[in-house]
Design a protein around this ligand. Sequence first.
Ligand code: SF4
Ligand code: SF4
Length: 209
Amino acid sequence: MSSPPIERKVRYERDLDPHFAQEISAMPGGEQLAHCIQCGTCSATCPLSIYMDYTPRRIIAMTRAGLKDDVLRSLTIWLCASCYSCTVECPKNIKITDIMYALKRRAIEKNIYPKRFGIPVLSREFFRLVQRNGRSSEGRVIVRMALKTNPFQYMKKKALLGLKLMRQGRLSMKKESIKRKGELTTILRGVEQAALELDRARQSGRVEA
Ligand code: SF4
Ligand code: SF4
C-alpha cells in the first residue's frame, strides 16, 4: 500500500516572494499593510475565523512576509464574508476586507484559487451564467456548482432537499435570459477594457493606487 505524500510545512527563504507585500500594498485598500502591529483584533472580531485555515491576522502577517503561494491558495480569502468588522476595529486603519478582495483577484489572475472549493466555484459559475444570459438561474447554478465541486456529496446530502424545493416551486431549473444580450456583452467588454487600462496606468505610476 502506498503511503500518502508528506506535506512540507516548513517554509524556507526561497519560498518567499520579496515583492508580494509591495504588490498588495499598491492595490486599493492595501496602502496601510506595513503598519500592522499583529494585535489580533481582526481575528478576534471576525465571525468566520474559526472556519478559516489562517486567521485574518495570520493572512496579513504572511502577506507581509511574502508567503505568496500559501496566501493565494488559502481558503481564508474565500471564506471572508466582507462584513467589514475587522476593518472597523483595526487600530491601524488597515482595510483588511479590501486586502481580502485584492488577494482574491490575485488568486484568480494566477489561476491558483482552490478549484473544488464551493465559494470560488459558485462565484465563477454565477458570473458565467450572468455573462452568457444576463440572468442567473438558481437551479442551474447549483447543478453546475455541484458537478464542479463534489457531486457525490451533493447527491448524498442535498439531492432530496433540492427535489423537495422543486416540488414546492421554490427552485427552478428554467433557463432565464434577457432579450438584448449583445448590449450586455458590450458593457462587460467595456468594463474589462477600463479595468485593464486602470491597471496599466497604476503599474506605470500614471494614477495613484
Ligand atoms: S487588527 Fe489591524 S493591526 Fe491588528 S492584527 Fe489585524 S490588521 Fe494588524
Ligand atoms: S470582512 Fe472578512 S475577514 Fe473581516 S471580519 Fe468580516 S469575514 Fe472576517
